[in-house]
Structure formats: structure tokens, C-alpha cells
Design a protein. Structure first.
Length: 367
């Protein structure tokens, strides 16, 4: 008889953005998979319509401190009790807590995937709460999956039954390939051959730290440097205001939410990732697959992907460090080419097919 799996996520967007290929692969391997998550937009409907997934709406709140999660916990408990799942595959802080406690109560196997612990080197002191919760809930975790070296070292001190490290969530290298498109942005924004295109992909939220690169562009005082940001979020107006006050409105371009990331990456000269916190950045892996050199923050996850042959790593809030690294790269065309070639080769370790097989092997041990 096929094993029944319930994928538990705090949000439907998590499933849509990261888990669809893995759910489809598990289904191909004979598992019966359903999903439980909150509804944040069109994602849950698209999961049903485009992929035929069974999606149970559970009203999780992203904040782990919200009392509304008590009702969500009750609904999830009832769902698991009724449907008698064999395995709960849980993600994100709130989904991870609910999934593991309910798995223990209902005697299900629990596989928890941490996409980057919310405690990490350089985190605020308040992150100790997350550490204590993760350490405690590891006792109810049959398999704890992490995606970077820093988390793996920590997870080994927890008392989960088994700890695995996989190569991120995977990137489909067949979709993100090196195919230069120098005119893709240049015509639209009337750029010349002398202009250099920097690209970041990520929400406009504090964690993504775009302000550091914006300040670095201001620091450089080079009108040929153009910084494009693909993404939207609650800092849009604040960042726009800063850019206008700083007098660099012609050099900073907010692209909003985009689905043409492959083309954007191939139009860029340098990919920039100044994040304060990452697990293992999919956006960074996509840029690497497109053969792009990288200037990134020296943080967990980024250090797993970028070494000295692939670009420069800079402390997250070091504006001068980012401006120096970008200028150094711009001035050395051979380095740009060499970094890109190296990254394109290195990212093959993180190909989606490899990660699908790693996760499949973990699930097979519970058949």
C-alpha cells in the first residue's frame, strides 16, 4: 500500500516557490501526497489547478507568537487524525512546530526540512527562542534535513533520530543556462556599452538588505553603474525615497515582481546578494547557473556556494566593502569571465535532479 504524506507549510507560497518538483517526484515514486498550508494569494488555487494537488487550507499565521495559530493547530490535528497520514513533511517555523507536535501525538513519522534555522551566527539575541524550540522539537523528529554546513554542524548536536544535509532545495539547471542577452535591459533603460548592470533578486524586505548595495552605488560615484532589483515588498517606498534623496534615481531600477529571472540574469554583468540571512539562496544558484560572477554577503549559505574562484564575499553591512568589490570586478573583464565559468560548473552540485534523489532516498527509508 502506498504511503500517505502530508506536506505542512506555513504558507502556500512556500509550496509553490520551492516544493512543487519534490512533491511531483514523490508522487512518481508511489507516495500519495497532500498539502496543508495557509492561503496567501492565488498559490493554493494554482497548485490545485496546474498540478492537481490536494491542498487543505489551514489558517496559519507567519508570526509564531500569534494566538491564531492555536486554531490552526486544532484544524491540522483533526485533519491528520481523520486521514491517518504515514509521514508528515513539514517546513517553515510555524509549520515545523505544528507538524512535529502533531506527528508525535498521532504517531506519524515526521520529516522536517529547515530551510535555514532562524538562529545563526550574527543573529539577534532574541533568536535564542528559536534555538530552544528547534532543540526541543528535534526529539520528535525522525529525520531533520538541513541545507547548509553551518546548520548541519548545529543540527548534529540536536537529538533528532537522524540528521541529513542535502544540496539546498535544488535549481533546475536546464531552465537557467548561460545565454547572454546584453540588450534585454539595455534597450529598455537606454544603457550604453560602457554601462555595467548589477542585479539582485529578492523581496524588498529588511532581511534582503538591498540598502547596502544602493549605498555602495552612491559611494562609487560612477554614473555607468546601474543596479537592478527584481522583487517587491514593504520597503519599496522607503528605498525609493532614499534613492531620490541620494540623487541616484537614474542608476537604481526597481523592477518589481518578475518571472523572467533567467533573462534578467543573462542580461546582468554581476549578480549581487547582500542578504543578512539565507539558508541556501535559490536566486544565487540561478545566477550561478547563468554563469554570472557574484558579490555576496559573507553569511551562512552564501559561503557554501561562493568561493574565491567565483566572486567576492563581503560583510553584510560593509558598504565600502561592497563598493570596492564591485569596482574591482568591473575593472577586470577576465576576472568576470573566470568567476562566471567557475560558478556555472560549481552549481551543478546543486542541480534539482540531485536534490530530488537525496530527498527521495530519505523518504524511501520510511516505506
Amino acid at each position: 500500500m502506498s504511503k500517505k504524506v502530508l506536506v505542512v507549510c506555513t504558507t502556500d507560497s512556500m509550496i509553490w516557490n520551492f516544493l512543487v518538483p519534490h512533491i511531483k517526484n514523490l508522487e512518481r515514486k508511489g507516495f500519495v501526497v497532500e498539502c496543508a498550508c495557509s492561503e496567501t494569494g492565488r498559490f493554493s488555487n494554482d497548485l490545485k489547478k496546474d498540478f492537481g494537488f490536494i491542498v487543505h487550507i489551514v489558517p496559519f499565521c507567519r508570526s509564531p507568537y500569534s494566538l491564531k495559530n492555536i486554531n490552526a493547530f486544532k484544524q491540522l490535528y483533526g485533519l491528520v487524525k481523520r486521514n491517518r497520514y504515514d509521514i508528515i513533511f513539514c517546513h517553515e517555523p510555524v509549520g515545523g512546530v505544528a507538524g512535529r507536535i502533531i506527528g508525535m501525538l498521532c504517531h506519524c513519522h515526521v520529516i522536517y526540512m529547515a530551510h535555514g534555522f532562524h538562529f545563526y551566527k550574527g543573529a539577534r539575541l532574541s533568536s535564542i527562542v528559536y534555538y530552544c524550540v528547534e532543540r526541543c522539537l528535534a526529539h520528535f523528529t525522525d529525520a531533520l534535513i538541513v541545507i547548509n554546513n553551518e546548520d548541519y554542524l548545529v543540527a548534529q548536536s540536536f537529538r533528532a533520530k537522524r540528521v541529513f544535509k542535502v544540496n539546498g532545495i535544488g535549481v533546475d539547471i536546464t531552465e537557467f543556462i548561460s545565454h547572454p542577452q546584453p540588450d534585454y535591459l539595455r534597450k529598455e533603460f537606454s544603457l550604453t556599452e560602457n554601462d555595467k548592470v548589477l542585479l539582485s533578486v529578492g523581496e524588498l524586505i529588511p532581511r534582503k538588505n538591498h540598502i547596502t548595495v544602493i549605498k555602495a552605488v552612491r559611494e562609487m560615484k560612477n554614473e555607468h553603474v546601474h543596479y537592478f532589483i527584481a522583487g517587491d515588498g514593504r520597503l519599496t517606498d522607503k528605498l525609493n525615497d532614499y534613492v531620490q534623496r541620494a540623487g541616484i534615481g537614474k542608476q537604481i531600477h526597481f523592477l518589481g515582481y518578475r518571472t523572467d529571472i533567467n533573462s534578467l540574469c543573462n542580461a546582468a554583468d554581476i549578480f549581487v546578494l547582500p542578504s543578512l540571512q539565507e539558508g541556501l539562496s535559490v536566486a544565487l544558484m540561478e545566477a550561478m547557473a547563468c554563469g554570472k560572477p557574484v558579490v555576496a554577503s559573507k553569511i551562512r549559505g552564501n559561503v557554501d556556494l561562493i568561493d574565491s574562484d567565483g566572486g567576492y564575499l563581503v560583510e553584510p553591512n560593509d558598504v565600502k566593502g561592497f563598493s570596492n568589490a564591485i569596482e574591482k570586478m568591473i575593472e577586470d573583464a577576465e576576472a568576470i569571465k573566470s568567476f562566471g565559468v567557475h560558478n556555472k560548473e560549481k552549481v551543478k552540485e546543486f542541480d534539482l535532479k540531485i536534490v530530488e534523489k537525496q530527498i527521495e532516498n530519505i523518504f524511501n527509508s520510511y516505506k
